[in-house]
Design a protein around this ligand. Sequence first.
Ligand code: PLP
Ligand code: CA
Length: 302
Amino acid sequence: QGDCHSQLLSSHNARDLLNSVDAFLFDCDGVIWKGDTLIDGVSQTLDMLRSKGKKLVFVTNNSTKSRRQYAKKFQSLGISVSEDEIFCSSFAAAMFLKVNNFPREKKVYVIGEEGILEELQLAGFTGLGGPEDGKKTVQLKPNCLFEHDKTVGAVVVGLDQYINYYKLQYGTLCIRENLGCLFIATNQDAVGHMTDLQEWPGAGCMVAAICGSTQKEPIVVGKPSTFLMDFLQQKFQISCSKMCMVGDRLDTDVLFGKNAGCKTLLVFSGVTSHSTLHDPSNSIEPDYCTNKLSDILELLGP
Ligand code: PLP
Ligand code: CA
């Protein structure tokens, strides 16, 4: 269709794809599940890929949960996935600090949810803020100073249902006044499936608020960052040309894979429609596209 170079998945090219890669990187929302609902045929497709010896990795930009919590979510959906196959953007934030030798004596202020705090703690960092600060209010009175911790060396911003003026002021002061304080975004997704029926404002909205008040750009650690891809590569020692990134979003998943030289497969079971892919303004073209993940299983036959 049009000038788009993406191939529709067929039994022929699905077999080629399977033979040419050793690992599949799966985006989660829109590919594996929608909100808390498993997408049809996913479990059987993952079983088939595992039986063929493929390495499976799950990469989600949703920072509200930790790896441990995602492993529980997979289990509750009847899929067996271990924590070390999961790369959520909360974990990516903690790994970014670790890889960059962030000093343990400094603190990390979190505008985000429990997942980020748990990953920071597991990596040996001290997190402040998070859901607890959702209950706090500011005193806008003369001669009343808003105090913040001067030892905060990084502010991590992700999806935060409990964002308020207190947290915005806290994060802003740390970034503006603490020398060298990092501004890290778990991801910049505009919207996310907080529920299966609707899209809701995503982390991009919270990140934009802090960009606005600090006039600084964040370091993004989730998809499509090269940090996360480099980290995955180091971990699994599989060359990017032997990986296939499967996702439902062009500007996060497909770009993440394409930037690294992975094969890319777009599925239409999430946020991207055929018309978005084929729109003349779109420049991000996956190698393959198909309706849903389980098409691979059906196309390959018994
Ligand atoms: N962030 C939030 C808050 C979400 O709800 C979602 C999807 O539900 C995402 C990010 C994107 O997640 P994924 O990368 O798994 O598509
Ligand atoms: Ca997705």
